[in-house]
Design a protein around this ligand. Structure first.
Ligand SMILES: NC(=O)c1ccc[n+]([C@@H]2O[C@H](COP(=O)([O-])OP(=O)(O)OC[C@H]3O[C@@H](n4cnc5c(N)ncnc54)[C@H](O)[C@@H]3O)[C@@H](O)[C@H]2O)c1
Length: 596
């Protein structure tokens, strides 16, 4: 029989604590909510009220249930109020000495059988536990932000935590409607160990003006389907908390430079820019605690006006290539009303591409997204050719041939001879330096990267890559074209992986390393990222879809360009590729897909 928890205590009612109080009270458990001072207590009470009022407004909570919820919460200043609770969850700032002091005090105040839990994200639960006389009753219960919404709880057992305490807490998580993964005490547990290197990397992109905050966030939301971009997430977490987590992970997690907090973070924290809680972080909010972003001096001007500036008129577009990307890109341009010249290496290939475009457009008709007349008009705008000479009068060329530098360079040299002056020449490469391709022509100022995502007709994102030679007009033209296609174009520099792959693949690689170290299972890691961070797929699901060979190649490029030791491909990934386990396409990758 699992232990009954009828009253729990929560210490610290900040970003996490207030949400944790709500989780318990919503599930019929009485809560003693404790803060350090009366003003802090009032802030916590206001946060709880705001959150439950929003739930009522959204129709997710009945008014009577909200009132009952509030009646279950008893607010108090000081730990003494916790003398008779069954379980305490501590959610004070991420400092070891503070947490140790609080646990020593809790040990004195609470009944001997009370379980003491910490919501720490990165500190050692073991080190916290030894501040008490009952380390076997100390455990980590790591909720995710916002606690009432995110389904995951990481239950952290130390080498001394009693098995029945673990079992009782697991049963409690189930009662709260949460999914738990139980793991050992390691810096960052599962989710944060995989998340924070990525968040820090995104901050460094922003700090180095590689891309704007809006573009970094849009890239990860639209390119990977994440619920929010990394900088908006930093604001939600709180930059002071994020700084402490990174700092601890750096020190505890093997001094991986990717966890050394980017200097900008420290500056922002010192300046009081803590994110949503202070009303300003990477973005500016309506008021402290509000989720509503308001414009500030860094907000870009309304898209249309900005895009018209210097952009060249584009009516006719050449698309070179016959693969998946070229096929999708032809469809996208034709549907958006551009005249398209498709060039392949032979009429047989052209016939195949034409069939594929027709099939895809027909699907659109069947799904009611396109009328038959629109389909016919789109097809009527495409002409099919097997020679580059037909590109003499186009305004834009999009190249999507095989990912080999020599092939792309030769193609761009030919385009340079054939195309009229003023044409924008774009490559869809996902891993080669755009500047190498640009320098194969006599007009590098007109060369940009236009990195579409697969499937191009569906994915809303395009990365617009400008090299150190790209002219502002070519960049403006590329962005205007993205807008006309109904896509979000994000602008970035010419570095390996651009924005999305540079942020995504090291995280996937880290997940492989975590699996390899036997810290957790592929299922639990996938669960943690989906339920704790709202990712549409877990890392192993995604790796199997993308292909392990493709992932390894991208990771190698990133490693070679930046020489960042943490980017070295995981040996397990290399072995799986060598063994021919490439993912779904070979019916086996991290998982066996032969029966599905
Ligand atoms: N922010 C996140 O997204 C997140 C997610 C999961 C876990 N965590 C962890 O949760 C813990 C709390 O983080 P947070 O972001 O909520 O911090 P926060 O700064 O938003 O809130 C901390 C609260 O603790 C209170 N406090 C400080 N000293 C206290 C004391 N002696 N007694 C009682 N209350 C005290 C403060 O007044 C403040 O309200 C940290 O360990 C953090 O790592 C944070």
């Amino acid at each position: 029989m699992a232990r009954e928890f009828s009253t729990v205590g929560v210490v610290g009612l900040g970003t996490m604590g207030a949400g944790i109080v709500e989780v318990f009270a919503r599930n019929g458990i009485d809560v003693v909510a404790v803060e350090i001072s009366a003003p802090a207590l009032e802030r916590g009470r206001a946060t709880l009220k705001g959150s439950t009022d929003r739930a009522v407004a959204k129709g997710k909570l009945a008014e009577a249930d909200r009132d009952a919820l509030h009646e279950r919460v008893h607010f108090a200043v000081g730990l003494d109020a916790l003398h008779s609770v069954d379980l305490v969850i501590e959610a004070v700032p991420e400092h070891l000495d503070l947490k140790q002091r609080i646990f020593a005090e809790l040990d004195r105040v609470c009944r001997p059988e009370t379980i003491l839990a910490t919501n720490t994200s990165s500190l050692s639960v073991t080190e916290i536990s030894v501040a008490t006389s009952r380390p076997n009753q100390v455990i980590g219960i790591h909720f995710f932000n916002p606690a009432p919404v995110m389904k995951l709880v990481e239950v952290v057992r130390t080498v001394v935590t009693a098995p029945e305490v673990v079992a009782d807490v697991e049963a409690l998580c189930a009662r709260l409607g949460k999914v738990d993964v139980t793991i050992n005490d390691r810096a960052g547990f599962i989710a944060n160990a995989l998340l924070f290197g990525y968040l820090n990397h995104a901050v460094s992109m922003f700090e180095s003006h590689y891309a704007t905050r809006e573009d970094i966030d849009a890239a990860m939301k639209l390119g990977c389907g994440l619920p929010m971009g990394p900088l908006a997430l930093m604001d939600l977490i709180g930059l002071d908390t994020a700084y402490e987590i990174l700092d601890t992970m750096y020190r505890r997690g093997g001094r991986d430079r990717r966890h050394a907090p980017v200097p900008l973070l420290k500056q922002m924290v010192t300046a009081g820019l803590l994110g949503r809680k202070s009303g300003r972080g990477f973005y500016t909010y309506e008021r402290p605690g509000s989720p509503v972003v308001v414009p500030d001096e860094a907000t870009p001007p309304a898209t249309d006006a900005a895009l018209a500036d210097g952009a060249r008129a584009i009516a006719k577009v050449g698309v070179v290539g016959s693969g998946t990307m070229a096929t999708g890109i032809i469809e996208v341009f034709a549907k958006a009303g551009y005249e398209v010249v498709s060039v392949t290496r032979g009429m047989e290939k052209s016939a195949k591409v034409c069939e594929a475009v027709k099939t895809s457009l027909n699907k659109g008709v069947v799904r009611g997204k396109l009328t038959e007349a629109d389909r016919d008009a789109a097809l009527g705008r495409i002409s099919w050719s097997a020679t580059l000479d037909h590109l003499a009068d186009v305004d834009l060329v999009v190249e999507a041939v095989v990912e080999e530098l020599s092939v792309k360079k030769a193609l761009f040299a030919s385009l340079d001879e054939i195309c009229k002056p003023g044409v924008v020449l774009a490559t869809t490469t996902s891993s080669l330096p755009v500047i190498d391709v640009a320098m194969a022509t006599q007009r590098p100022a007109d060369v940009v990267g236009l990195h579409f995502f697969n499937p191009a007709p569906v994915m809303p994102l395009v990365e617009v890559v400008r090299t150190i030679r790209t002219s502002p007009e070519a960049t403006a033209t590329a962005r205007a074209v993205c807008a006309a296609l109904g896509k979000t174009g994000v602008l970035c520099g010419d570095r390996s992986g651009f924005i999305v792959n540079a942020l995504l693949f090291p995280y996937l690689n880290d997940a492989v390393k975590m699996l390899e170290a036997s810290y957790s299972t592929a299922d639990d890691i996938d669960h943690a990222m989906k339920l704790g961070c709202g990712y549409p797929m877990g890392p192993f699901e995604l790796l199997d879809v993308v292909g392990l060979d493709v992932s390894l190649a991208i990771q190698r490029e990133l490693y070679l360009e930046l020489r960042e030791p943490g980017f070295a491909p995981a040996p397990l990934l290399e072995h799986l590729v060598t063994a021919g386990y490439l993912g779904r396409k070979t019916r086996r990758g991290f998982r066996d897909h032969s029966h599905r």
